[in-house]
Design a protein around this ligand. Structure first.
Ligand code: ASP
Ligand code: MG
Length: 416
């Protein structure tokens, strides 16, 4: 069997879903189809959440817009009346009820209870469309099967709890296709969790691992992994074959094509990952495999935006590399802050972090007795694998370099 993952851009309208059905129908093997929320629904639900948390009744209109969008997709796919409309109505009613009655305490918890609906709606509609197209398919609610810890908004899988359930529920003896949600899961106690933004790729990899898939295919609006984001640099080239290690480094440095957590579950079972274009599904795309002898011979550029660079200075002038480093790192993990670069000198620890402002501020407060913190907001992290002097010049010229780190293969800059 194979796992196919379709992101929001591939299912943003009725046409996209017809295309998904065509790609799916063209596959001979058994399939798990992991689907994200339609288009920008996750962002729109984040807006609903923020408005609701602020006590602003305007959240109702925002939710109505999301509802109308989903109903317009339903109408586009099913010209005749279809029971799927009733299921979507019921699901929206549940969310509205939650918003009427729930306590506005705990941002991360509420985030997961609310924002997870995007994937529920999208998969209900996609599954019904496949069934209607005479594909032998079934909708699965991944909650209750993919079991996670309770770190809301960034949950991690509990392997032993999930494995047995997933193996029994995705049973292909009388089904060809299962459609399920990316990005979401639930705690043992049954509360909905999410795996972090863009987490559907990770779901795809988890299911591929547990079900021993032959491969995971991530269908994208780009022809594969490129050596640079074409919106940033000209003449980006497709990488034909990339090793797991290279792919992890690229995605961790900010290559947005796949989620960095995707690789490990695949690596652990040697399952290849194909990144392919849903616009031209016949094209080869990129294959990510355990090892590759393939030398593409050109630099790979990656940019990560919305970074914050923080320097922690021990107030008592004690050495950074001793107890201080572990103390600060313990807190990064505790607060779930993503650290992208670390540089330590005698009496300072410099880090480049994802700018998750609420978490970073709580951490700085927590450390305020022991460390003073200085920071630069709105910085970018630029990385080049297989760098050359020309490649460095190409992306750093005219930028102010705040930090530079070089290894044999890799150079990274924090710039503004
Ligand atoms: N819908 C979620 C997001 O937009 C998850 C995903 O697309 O992978 O982040
Ligand atoms: Mg997405």
């Amino acid at each position: 069997m194979k796992v196919f993952k379709f992101g929001g851009a591939s299912v943003k309208d009725a046409r996209g879903i017809r295309n998904l059905a065509e790609i799916t129908a063209g596959e001979k093997d058994k399939l798990v189809v992991v689907v994200s929320a339609f288009g920008k629904t996750t962002n729109a639900l984040e807006q609903v959440l923020a408005t609701w948390m602020a006590g602003d009744e305007g959240y109702r209109d925002l939710l109505d817009n999301i509802y109308n969008y989903h109903i317009s997709v339903v109408r586009g796919l099913f010209p005749e009346a279809n029971p799927v409309k009733g299921r979507i109505d019921n699901s929206f009613a549940l969310l509205r009820e939650y918003l009427e009655s729930a306590k506005k305490e705990g941002y991360d918890f509420n985030y997961d209870q609310i924002v997870s609906y995007g994937e529920i709606w999208s998969t209900i509609i996609v599954a019904e469309y496949l069934r209607n197209s005479n594909l032998n398919s079934e909708w699965i609610d991944i909650r209750g099967n993919l079991i996670t810890d309770d770190r809301y908004r960034d949950a991690d899988i509990l392997w032993s709890e999930s494995t047995a359930r997933i193996k029994s529920v995705f049973n292909f003896s009388d089904r060809d296709i299962f459609v399920t949600q990316g990005f979401i899961g639930s705690t043992i106690a049954g509360m909905t969790t999410t795996l972090g933004r863009e987490g559907s790729d990770y779901t795809g990899a988890l299911l591929a691992n547990i079900l021993d898939a032959e491969k995971l295919v991530v269908w994208k609006d780009v022809p594969g992994l490129l050596n640079a984001d074409p919106k940033w640099l000209d003449n980006a080239e497709r990488l034909e074959e990339v090793s797991y290690r290279e792919a992890v480094e690229m995605t961790f440095s900010g290559a947005k094509v796949i989620h960095p957590k995707t690789i490990k579950p695949l690596h652990n079972k040697n399952i290849p990952l194909h990144v392919k274009s849903f616009i031209s599904p016949k094209e080869k795309g990129t294959v990510i495999v355990p090892e590759t002898n393939f030398r593409h011979g050109f630099p790979v550029y990656v940019k990560k935006e919305n970074q914050i660079m923080v320097s922690f200075l021990p107030k008592d002038f004690s050495f950074a590399m001793r107890e201080n480093l572990s103390r600060v790192f313990y807190l990064f993990i505790k607060y779930g802050i993503k650290v992208n670069i670390v540089e330590a000198s005698a009496v300072s620890i410099d880090v480049c972090l994802d700018d998750d402002r609420m978490r970073v501020e709580s951490l700085i407060n927590d450390l305020a007795d022991e460390f003073s913190a200085v920071y630069n907001e709105n910085v970018e992290m630029l990385s080049i694998r297989h760098y050359t002097p020309e490649a460095i010049e190409r992306i750093t010229s005219g930028r102010e370099i705040l930090l530079e780190q070089r290894t044999r293969n890799n150079v990274r800059f924090v710039v503004r």
